[in-house]
Ligand binder design. Sequence first.
Ligand code: GLN
Length: 285
Amino acid sequence: MKKLLALLLALTMCMALAACGGSNESAPAAEEPAQTEQAAEGGDAAQTGETGDLPVIEPGKLIMATNAQFPPYEMVADGEGVAGTGLEGIDVEIAAALAEKVGLELQIDDMEFDSALVAVQHGQADMVLAGLTYTEERDELMDFSDPYAQGVQVVIVKEDSPIQTADDLANAGLIGTQRGTTGYIYCTGDYGEDHVSPYDNGATAVQALLNGQVDCVVIDKMPAQTFVAENPGLKILETSYVVEDYVLAVNEGNTQLQTALNDALNELKADGTLQTIVDKYITAE
Ligand code: GLN
């Protein structure tokens, strides 16, 4: 079907060329998206700034997978949220600005963090924006943008906890983390799976800490600050655990979409939009 379409298109283009000397028309919007195939062909087109025929799952849409329990990057909004998504936060605003730049309508699918990573790899989402940390292992499975923010893994404890620095994690009974996150990966790597308990999201991990089911929670600093502010009796240790970069991810090999989104992201950095978005959600300490 795709071959037939391409043939038809080529024929039409030949006729158009003969008639008017050739404008470089892009493919019709109705063409079936085929991520990997188009990506393999498409690197150069994106570099020229053409975004009309980006390899996305549903024509006209940019589908983002995220976990909206990660303030201030993504959370459920009180009202209709950013661009009518029902969500708000730094990543949500960045996504809306990116979608506008590449001429697509933003759709956000809210799910657990580990499911978001699977969704983009299985062609169920075009991109992940979820306070997602760059790691070499993930780089084998997905393609990334340049970093757009810094993340820091911190440790949340009860105020009277014997755990006083990140070094004390070695003696912590049970560490709570979010499933599939770098917090989980680092803690299991450093202290072994028996000492780490994975939860669906940050809120449930923090609830487990409050209930005494875990002795601390290792999670990204920004959501940690929100959780601690909302739950009296908790604090964040002053020594942080790991510093990391946040990136946007597309499916491995979708170079055309990766390039288009990365270019758009760099424009948002250069013209100050990114900083304005960050300042809206994070007030300087
Ligand atoms: N930054 C962490 C990671 O990428 C956690 C992200 C999240 O929970 N949304 O694994």
